[in-house]
Design a protein around this ligand. Sequence first.
Ligand SMILES: [Zn+2]
Length: 154
Amino acid sequence: MHPSAFFLPTFLEAVRTNTEESLASFHVDDSEVTLNVCLGKQFSGGELYFRGIRCENHVNSETQHEEMYDYSHVPGRAVLHRGRHRHGARPTTSGLRMNLLLWCRSSVFREMKRYQKDFSSWCGECQREKRERQIQCVKATKLAFLRGGGGGMI
Ligand SMILES: [Zn+2]
């Protein structure tokens, strides 16, 4: 791997009891993959909530029910997720929560993304739009076939 192809900005997040949910809490990371390690200490709350993977065009689109996923931190355990997976943290209702965040970035992936228009391989909303286009296409083909009197059918 080329040395500049992959780099890892790292953050240490320490959250004391904070009962107000931050408006900036719901976001995507500026990473391809994020590793979030819970270092402890004693706390309650601070759960992560995930709401679907989105490309830049669809980052503010609605969440489908099947995309809702909540994760409770356990000290000593980590969660690995795509940077484009929309997420936020619930308030830490007591104690002190410490998390180590590693943002894994790929300059190769970013360069490739510039030339792509269809992200249906990973964006939930692009996938939904593609399915909808396919359904409409099949409907139109059926309609055209029916209008044509069904001639030529085997
Ligand atoms: Zn999309």
